[in-house]
Design a protein around this ligand. Structure first.
Ligand SMILES: [Zn+2]
Length: 453
């Protein structure tokens, strides 16, 4: 892919439709985004610094949380945006829960804000105002990501998802599936899934003949397993995953089942750090939306070193989040990506406490799918969850399947013990069900042990 090809492959009919709805600005900004990714790195950085300076000034003048915290009057000089940013304290989801009102700009209304809410994996809902422009940018990003995956207007896609707070309420939570003819998209509801419904979905998907499949990795895996067990086949152009972190085993399983590439994106509802995966498999940060730092004990990581993803909004003026710690792990990549795009490349490691267990020796990313699909016979284990309260102990919750044999637990635990390299004591219990979180995610890992970085 190169800039000219990318321009030629832009989803023009879709862009024209959007321009009719929201004005020609949409198209112009999309084309700028397309062009920007190929600019020299230094130029992208300068663009980000200019926007950073503007939003930092706004935050210091209009947002109580930053106005009061800065104490002395901080002035943001031209060309010093990144240096000034270093003086801002780190905040996170809990800061937002505690002091919500103080993060709303005094002139928030000017920016056509809309409140989005998340159920969240921590159980405590938290909300955020997103500007009209942030929402438009989100739409552009989602077009860009589909363009990277080879999508063209008119292609059919399947969305396997659970409707929740931060998505427009297009689909009712009680609708098992629905067809959006204008978007040529078949929606499958991931809520209230069981084997019977999964089999029904496989038949629907096969007869719909989509080119693309989109959804949470964990539910797409369920669909892939159902497809395999029914010996059905699909010919796809790409699978697009998001909403949860995608493990290597999950990726391989999806790629093998659907015989195509998986394009993942990292984007949480805060819109404070977004990265799209290119055709070479690298995650590229979207520079228009936010500035992303990867920090370890408050200082920037070197190439290959693992740190926490800390993001700063570059355009969300109604409620700007500055140096917001996602509590997810990544490491910077120094070398340029072979795809030729110059937007910041990162390696995603894992996070949100979902995939990571902290042990006395470090942390382990749990390869759950590997356990499911290659070690045990089919239908022996329905679901697994790793639950951790102490650093040296992990509780494995097992939902037994129809084909469960007594020996399966021993084999499973022996395998898990190898993955942890004996660093933790393993206990297990049989449970009837592992509930999904309010946002529809299936928590493989619940760890109450903080990450030590
Ligand atoms: Zn790339």
């Amino acid at each position: 892919m190169n800039p000219i090809e990318e321009l030629a492959n832009a989803p023009w009919p879709e862009l024209i439709r959007r321009a009719r709805e929201s004005g020609p600005q949409f198209v112009l900004r999309y084309l700028k985004m397309l062009r920007r990714q190929w600019l020299p790195q230094e130029q992208i950085r300068r663009y980000q610094e200019r926007r950073l300076e503007r939003i930092l000034r706004h935050a210091l003048e209009r947002v109580p949380a930053y106005r009061e915290a800065s104490g002395t009057k901080v002035s943001v000089m031209r060309g010093e945006g990144f240096r000034v940013l270093d003086q801002f304290p780190l905040i996170d989801r809990w800061t937002l829960v505690d002091q919500w009102e103080r993060f709303v700009a005094r002139n928030a209304r000017r920016f056509s804000p809309k409140l989005v809410q998340t159920g969240g994996t921590t159980g405590k809902p938290v909300s955020l105002y997103l500007d009209g422009r942030t929402r438009a940018l989100w739409n552009m990003m989602s077009l860009l990501r589909r363009q990277w995956a080879g999508w063209r207007p008119g292609d059919r896609s399947v969305l396997f998802w659970q409707p929740y707070g931060d998505r427009p309420a297009t689909y009712d939570v009680n609708t098992p599936h629905a067809l959006d003819r204008s978007e040529r998209e078949l929606f499958l509801n991931a809520a209230r899934l069981d084997d019977r419904r999964l089999r029904e979905y496989v038949h629907l998907v096969v007869s719909f003949r989509p080119q693309f499949l989109r959804g949470f990795p964990s539910v797409l895996i369920l669909l892939a397993r159902a497809l395999n067990s029914l010996r059905a086949r699909l010919r796809l152009r790409a699978v697009l995953t998001g909403g949860e972190l995608l493990g290597d085993e999950q990726r391989h399983y999806l790629e093998e089942t659907f015989v195509c590439k998986v394009y993942d994106w990292y984007n949480m509802w805060e819109n404070v750090a977004t990265a799209l995966q290119c055709e070479r498999g690298t995650y590229h940060v979207v520079p228009e939306l936010s500035h992303v730092e990867i920090l370890r004990n408050g200082r920037p990581c070197k190439s290959g070193e693992v740190g926490e993803i800390v993001g700063t909004h570059l355009g969300n003026y109604s409620m700007p989040l500055i140096r917001y710690n996602m509590n997810d792990l990544a490491s910077p990549i120094e070398s340029a990506c072979l795809c030729g795009r110059n937007t910041q490349p990162i390696t995603l490691i894992g996070g949100r406490g979902r995939d990571i267990i902290v042990t006395p020796r470090g942390y382990v990313v749990v390869p759950t799918i590997l356990l499911w699909t290659s070690i045990l016979p089919p239908h022996s284990v329905e679901k697994l969850q790793f639950y951790q309260e102490r650093k040296d102990e992990v509780l494995v919750r097992i939902v037994r399947g129809n084909g469960y044999a007594e020996d399966d637990t021993r084999r499973l635990i022996a395998e898990i013990d190898q993955i942890f390299d004996g660093a933790v004591t393993l206990r297990w219990e049989y449970v009837e069900e592992i509930p999904r979180t309010p946002s529809g995610k299936y928590p493989y890992v619940v760890s109450h042990v903080p990450l030590e970085l």
